[in-house]
Design a protein around this ligand. Structure first.
Ligand code: PLP
Length: 368
């Protein structure tokens, strides 16, 4: 049988996943994992206890995500919306996938507008579902983002998708720019994966009550330290929430994820202490990196710091390779569309003592 003749031809434009670094980290726990914007803090004890407490109930299906009222109500209260505005996903990435499917009516015609640079996982999934992609460059800066986005919008545009704080830059588009985009009447999907580390008042989640074309994506993977448990949510109109729930398979959220999510919402103050540790370490790291000759860290509102090393006499690739030799996996942006070649790398904020070590290595390396 020639499978190539019968599989979805869009698969041929999509490379195999390259996630070997994650496997390497599991195989060698001494490597400091600063490449995927996970947290290096374990979940708070109450979350761990909640996960353990459902171990002896794993013989039963969890509630389906369309019900799960207790968890959805807690999330709704956290985000100042109603439970009917909340859809739960197996990570926010599942919800993005579902949105890409639900909104797709005319393959190879319907358009999505993305920013450049932005989260790298968006493009392959959009391509797989038949979206045409238009890019709005961020080179003119976030203050001009709405102009750039509007220039990219056409009558075929169904939605604009952006991360805020932006991954990989860590910067936050001004609220007025989001308002201007919302006024186009197109669907605007704001991915707030890193919102727990942003300044108070940054989120636009409450605007879901007022704009029916706003969709907000959130996750427990970052600030709540639960990347491995896979729990994310979408805030949108009840109608869109219903369509998303119809389009997915049943029981997409496992029992442990439900329990973890509830415990996180029940112990927000302890979780907030972790957000604070992350942001304090991030700001310390940014200040220290700025002291290294030729290093330009970008002030970040997320749990990572992007650094431009162009004027340091070293390339981004050299810095990333050196840090790996020293036991740190960080993420190279040497070849990222929209960024100067071999100038940038990104460090996920780790434990303070690890960040201190990393800074020492970088200082030594640049001085060599
Ligand atoms: C902007 C953004 N959105 C979504 C995700 C994925 O989140 P989840 O683990 O909830 O699928 C990430 C992870 O790196 C991200 O950077």
């Amino acid at each position: 049988m020639n499978l190539k003749e019968i599989v979805n031809p869009r698969l041929f434009d999509i490379p195999d996943y390259d996630q070997i670094h994650v496997t390497q980290c599991w195989q060698d726990p001494t490597i400091r994992r600063e490449m995927s914007n996970e947290s290096n803090y374990a979940p708070i004890p109450a979350i761990q206890e909640a996960i353990r407490s459902v171990a002896d109930k794993a013989n039963y299906y969890a509630e389906d995500a369309a019900y799960a009222l207790s968890l959805r109500e807690k999330i709704a209260a956290y985000c100042s919306v109603k439970a009917e505005n909340v859809a739960l996903g197996n990570g926010s990435i599942e919800l993005l996938d579902l949105l890409f499917q639900v909104l797709m009516a005319a393959p190879d015609k319907d358009e999505a507008v993305l920013l450049q640079p932005d989260y790298s996982a968006y493009v392959p999934r959009l391509k797989f579902f038949g979206w045409k992609i238009k890019f709005a460059q961020l080179s003119a800066g976030l203050d001009k983002a709405a102009d750039q986005v509007m220039a990219a919008i056409s009558e075929n545009t169904k939605f604009v998708l952006l991360s805020r704080p932006n991954n990989p830059m860590g910067t936050v588009m001004p609220r007025e720019e989001i308002t201007r985009m919302l006024e186009t009447g197109k669907l605007i999907i704001v991915d707030e994966a890193y919102i727990e580390m942003a300044d108070a008042g940054t989120s636009v989640s409450e605007w879901v009550n007022q704009y029916d074309n706003l969709i907000v994506m959130r996750t427990f993977s970052k600030g709540f330290c639960l990347a491995g448990i896979r729990l994310g949510y979408m805030l949108a109109t009840p109608e869109l929430v219903r369509y998303i729930n119809r389009s997915r398979h049943i029981f997409n959220i496992n029992l442990a994820a439900m329990a973890a999510g509830e415990a996180a919402m029940d112990h927000l103050n302890e979780c907030r202490q972790i957000f604070k540790k992350l942001t304090d370490t991030r700001d310390w790291l940014t200040a220290e990196l700025a002291k290294i000759p030729g290093f330009k860290p970008i002030p970040s509102q997320a749990n990572f710091v992007m650094v431009n090393v162009k004027d340091s006499g070293k390339t981004a690739t050299e810095c990333v390779d050196y840090l790996l030799e020293m036991g740190f996996f960080v993420r190279s942006f040497a070849k990222k569309a929209g960024l100067e070649p071999d100038a940038y790398f990104r460090i996920s904020v780790g434990l303070p003592e690890d960040m201190e070590e990393l800074v020492v290595y970088m200082k030594e390396f640049v001085a060599k």
